[in-house]
Design a protein around this ligand. Structure first.
Ligand code: MG
Length: 429
């Protein structure tokens, strides 16, 4: 990695967080000359380490029922143990509406009668169960994440700990500073600026993100929008605003480099998905050619591919999505690999309550980025949270400290949902 990119990257970490990184991480960052083989050896050791803090549970937590509940387009997952403990999660509804059958037919039966304390292993085993690995993508991981969040909610209530502390050693980030993402394309640069100013003002965020390019190599409309928008954002918000840009795989290598250089000129702090997400070699080719830190991973479904991206410096900032990547335990493995190589973790968010599970995850990672995504508070789920308003006053969100997810979903709302049944005639195995 170029020296300048290291410097950029240091500013991508939260204030003081770079210094707080474990010594091993900082040493690893300095040793960028480690052979890729040596890096793989280190990462493989990390992947073997357990994540769930099993020591909090002295007796088995046998899963008796696991249910997907539906009300229109709203999906909840409820798990109950043999001893009467209960956990509940909210799914990523826009994806789950197409994936409910995968959850009830191919995932749920596996968990019945299993000890929830074995969650690390259960996640590995269910991947092979019924050849589920053939579904690897968010088709598999969104339903599995939904199940994982419900189980962690239950375990957190048993242990009286927030879900973050079930997967991390300590709370590194009791609050999470947010960046305000503007998702607009296909409108003029001037129109983006009108909304972006409003969004930043409402959230009081100290950082923002814009979309550039046409998304997945499609031609941009209006033509020349990104070239105009990049300098416009810097001019409007001044030098102190931390600015990020996301191309969502809009470019090939040559154009990707060109925009990387433009973003660098206007002091943007990271550049996300310059080329389509699964163009690994091309991602690295852009990363090698520019100094601005490269971010990626929101579409990544494979642990092994993250291992490649990290060991080969394809990205500097990893962005697993806690739903799209199958939950916070798998995401923690990515964060650990990234930390060992001196890289930053800034997860992507999706879904109505994705930000809730994301901030629990961010609360316990030592290599969290300075700012995390916030797309606005969903009003669709009626819930109460006694320890946080989950808003962004002052540009940050307070991570709930109550047990499990830290929220209580209105029981009357849960009651309106019906259990999604398995397809008839489907064999258990
Ligand atoms: Mg993105």
């Amino acid at each position: 990695m170029k020296t300048n990119r290291r410097r950029f990257l240091a500013t991508a970490l939260a204030g003081g967080a770079a210094a707080a990184l474990p010594l091993s991480s900082r040493a690893a960052a300095a040793r960028s000359t480690d052979s890729v083989k040596a890096k793989y050896a280190k990462l493989d050791e990390i992947l073997k380490q357990p994540v769930l803090k099993r020591q909090f549970f002295t007796s088995p937590v046998m899963i008796e029922t696991l249910e997907l509940l539906r009300l229109g387009n709203s999906f909840l997952c409820r798990v109950r143990s043999k001893d009467g403990a209960e956990g509940i999660s909210v799914s990523n509804n826009s994806q789950q509406i197409s994936l409910a059958a995968i959850q009830v037919n191919r995932l749920q039966p596996f968990f019945i009668g299993k000890d929830a304390r074995d969650l690390d292993n259960l996640l590995e085993e269910v991947y092979v169960y019924q050849s589920n690995y053939k579904l690897q993508s968010l088709a598999l991981w969104v339903p599995l994440a939904t199940i994982e969040f419900a189980i962690l909610d239950m375990l957190g209530r048993i242990a009286n700990k927030p879900m973050g502390l079930l997967i991390g050693d300590k709370i590194h980030n009791p609050t999470v500073s947010v960046y305000r993402a503007n998702g607009e394309r296909d409108v003029t640069a001037e129109a983006v600026m009108v909304n972006l100013k409003k969004q930043v003002e409402e959230s009081q965020a100290k950082a923002l993100k814009i979309k550039i390019g046409g998304r997945m190599s499609h031609t941009e409309f209006p033509a020349g929008r990104s070239e105009k928008l990049i300098p416009m954002v810097r001019k409007a918000f001044g030098d102190r605003m931390v600015c990020y840009a996301d191309s969502n795989g809009s470019y090939g290598v040559e154009e990707g480099i060109k925009f990387g250089q433009l973003l660098q000129e206007y002091k943007f702090a990271f550049y996300e998905e310059p080329v389509p997400f699964d163009w690994y070699e091309e991602t690295k080719a852009v990363a090698d050619a520019v100094d601005i830190p490269m971010a990626g991973g929101e579409q990544e479904a494979s642990m092994h591919a993250f291992r490649w991206l990290i060991a080969n410096d394809g990205v500097d900032i990893v962005q697993p999505d806690v739903y799209y990547f199958g939950g916070v335990i798998r995401s923690m493995k990515v964060a650990r690999m990234a930390a060992a190589m001196g890289k930053v973790t800034t997860p992507h968010i999706s879904g109505g309550l994705g930000y809730l599970y994301m901030i629990h995850f961010v609360s316990v990672i030592p290599n969290a980025g300075a700012y995390h995504e916030f797309k606005g508070l969903s009003q669709a789920i009626p819930f109460e949270c006694k320890t946080s308003n989950l808003g962004t006053t002052g540009g940050f969100v307070t991570v709930p400290t109550g047990p499990g997810s830290g929220i209580e979903i209105d029981p009357a709302f849960i009651k309106k949902h019906a259990v999604v049944m398995r397809d008839r005639g489907r064999a258990d195995e």
